[in-house]
Ligand binder design. Sequence first.
Ligand SMILES: [Zn+2]
Length: 1122
Amino acid sequence: MDYSYSKRTDRRVQPPCSPEKTRKEVMAKGSSGMEVILSSLENTRDLQTILNILCILNELLTLGGGRRVGVFVSKGGTAILLQLLVQSGKEASPSEELMLQTHSLLAKVGPKDRKFGIKARLNGALNVTVNLLKQNLQNYKLLLPCLQVLRVYSSNSVNAVSLGKSGVVELMFKVIGPYSKKNTTLLKVALDTLAALLKSKMNARRAVDRAHMPALLAIYQDWHRNDTRHRHMIIRKSILGCIKNLTNIKLGRKAFIDADGMRILYNTSTECLPVRTLDPLVNASSLIMRKCFPKNRLPLPTIKSVFQHPLPHVPASGPVAQLYSQPPGVDDVVDESDDNEDTEIDTENDTENEEDEKDHKGQNDDIETDINKLRPRQILTRPFEELRVFERFFKEFSEDFQDFAFESSKSTSPSSADTSKPHRPIIIPTSRSTAGPWSETSKNKPQRPERADPPRPLKDAPVDLDSISVTKAPESKLELELVQGLSQLLLDGSESVNGGCGGEGPQEEGGEQAVLEVPDTAALLPLHDPDLYLEMVKGTHSVPGYTDVAYPDYFGHVAPNFREPIIERVYGVQRTKIFQDIERLIHPGDILDKVVYDLDLQNCPVIDDGECLKFNSQFESGNLRKAIQVRKFEYDLVLNSDINSNHYHQWFYFEVSSMRVGVPYRFNIINCEKSNSQFNYGMQVLKYSVQEAISGSPRWIRTGSDICYYKNHFSRSSIAAGGQKGKSYYTMTFTVTFQHKDDVCYFAYHYPYTFSTLKMHLQKLRALCTPQVYYRQEQLCETLGGNGCPLLTITARPESASSDHVCQFRNRPVVFLSARVHPGETNASWVMKGTLEFLVSSSPLAQSLRESFIFKIVPMLNPDGVINGNHRCSLSGEDLNRQWLNPSAELHPTIYYAKSLLQYLTAIGRTPLVFCDYHGHSRKKNVFMYGCSIKETVWQTNVSASSCDLQEDLGYRTLPKLLSQLAPAFSLASCSFVVERSKESTARVVVWREIGVQRSYTMESTLCGCDQGKYKGLQIGTRELEEMGSQFCIALLRLRRLTSPLELRYHQTHLLDMDSDLIESRCNITCPTTYVMEEDEPAFLEEVDYSAESEEENELGLDPAHLDPNSDPELNHQDSLT
Ligand SMILES: [Zn+2]
């Protein structure tokens, strides 16, 4: 092309009228002004005219802001500019002014044009800019716009590779350099360009090979030293950006370590810490250091559980089979390669559709789309002859009460007929005040329930009572006292308990022995009885053969009266903790590394030099495997895996003693697995102090400061990470300051609730039943560990033995409840306790409920898991809530039997009205339900075609809706009724699809707290959980009224209400967070990492709101069902 050089001095095209007006006309909506300008630019050959047009465009776009740039892009301006650039680039000596103007314009347009990178490459513009740059390294006027354009080019990954090949990485290293006050803008653009280029692994490798890592670190240090007034923070941050991208590759991390990067960044960051405005530097450095921190080996010989339980047979496939087939001597703690990224070939091919791909990934492909699988159908997979044996669990269907003495007030339930205890009805308030019922009861009624039965001769009982305390060397005064007190308790049985702090019981002779005053929990806790607890422990079989009893389980727990708010996270906690971890590497001499507790050793060492804490966890539900004193007041703790498994670490329960008062101790649980935790969102751990229990406050309280949860530097073997390599464990850290000298304290993930506690509660419940209650307890089956799994039948005794009454009795609809299939979800047991207490209580509502239903309840589906301190599995090493499709009678007896009972019910035409399995949720707040709906699932899949034809009774929504009106902790907005493929073998889905229960639910209770309703901002406690359980009962009663034939009309009106609610909440249910965060996920579905590798914004604004959508449009419709 030939440009004629004009001699005109005035470079501007004279506008016909005022410049401002022209601009407006040119840019007005619908005007073709921009098109006119672009068309003249495209067609003119006169250099001067071109320059004039470019000049006008520059002015227009500078003043016009983003909107004008948008018009320019939409009219194809980018391509015209790029073509102009490429054609000028072919000139022997292109006009510098033209190049300058074009690049200035491109620098403005580029960031606004999504396809800029591709357009530039396809037009061949990359090389023009690069060549220009190479020839003008000293020409700062031209250099800046060129670099700005280059920065945009580089943000496209394909361009980055191609620019790297043209030597642009090296070119950038020529531009950047040591501290200088000059040309900082230029420097910043060059650094950003370099950082963008180094995102390409190929470029990063080349840069590492050419020793640029030490160079960058040196430049960073130079800026850190000289930029004393912090005027160039952004440049320093950009240097860190380059280092960070280099450390994305293994080679880069190695180069960083070799160049002493850890120390350099640690030291510079420490110096930056006092200046808050330098936080971005500290955070960026921290991120790099964490990435480069050499992966450590978990300090264990194997990740397999310390305790093994021989199985009747090993399943042919699955995780347990894998565990058993692992050859001995194989190191399962670490993998050879800590990451696999460098083995894969550069995948930097043309992926221009990245955006579209991302959009596609937004879809949850776990949603069930097979309509046939979504249609529940009762399938009798087993012949009735086979099911008939389960008839024995349903005596109530044939009971005729002919021999039952209805007149006698002395009569008892069949199961407790042999004892003649007077009945003390449990009175449960239906709606509790926040102050709590127990405290009120205790104030008004200091009298503990009388024990009519004679004191049991505990002396003869073969309880190994020493074990409750004597395993602890009684050297300290308190422990000695405890031991004395406990043996006293032992010898004198309930006398001693009665002689407790109440003071009105028969006092023991010899005051000295009464040192241990067992808290009078009997008055506060009608279901708790320490003696009975010890009795129960005797019949509980654990794999390790525990004989110790943890004090909290023995003394019981009285919920405190004070509020326990969800704590605000202190700014920068995670960073501080991580820096302390990094110091282990920087100052290795300060690290003690002293093992103070280790179950892997034959005789767990008891170090007692007064310099360290003592740990113990060898009691029911305990699961601490190892404790290492890292610094004087800091301990790394390792949790045991579930029995016959090599992972699932979340639940914890252990004892600590020999503490110093007033010193903050830091505890780190270093082998957590979940990628995020409510510990990052205000949840605290639970602590129980024996000193406080003795002085009258037996309770678990929320405690701990500086709590956070983050990815650590302990590598996780691919064997335990579902085959994924390069995974790390997570640290849950908390700090506690002990208040009492010679205390024994316990820490737990959530309020413990052992199997022995359940047995104790059931025995007390039975004893407290009034004659109106029909209460039967039998053994559903025996577990693998040899424990009897209790099955309860609760309903109302018929008024008389008349055939009408008996007929009504036998034909009540069945409600089937279960809990605690996951041992770590102890909150489920507390909710179940609330349900059971309500069901046997003397309230008229409870009586009415009993008269409406027959309750079949399995309060603990996984006793073995609970006893042995598992988090998720049974002794078979499997998640029992993934076995409902095809449970094995041998390996999953509780599930096999529970399902058989349900199958039997269906076979005899008595399909339950409601099925609900109580769970706990570790990642969401509030209490909510998961149910099953075809329509709501189909909506999720966007397969709209068939959805209109589907007929579905909306009854599944009634119960959750009632609960949202009744129970303060319940949130309807968090409920989901979408059926997912990964859940197809859970209780909820199988009972819905196979057994045909329309109202089949999982009820999830938070482990943390609530963010809506009356308890908003508070952590959840046992009182709130128990209240949830009793409100569940009241909701069932209302459900009964709505579903009874007499009130069918009423019911139908409300179904219509439901329909409109459903439509309203449709936008709500399509929000995927309502179900993708569910606890019951496949074990290894890795999720977004909110805590560890994420950027610094995580530290700045921890907002749990995005995890817990709490807007609840339905709360505004409270009137409709009440
Ligand atoms: Zn669960």
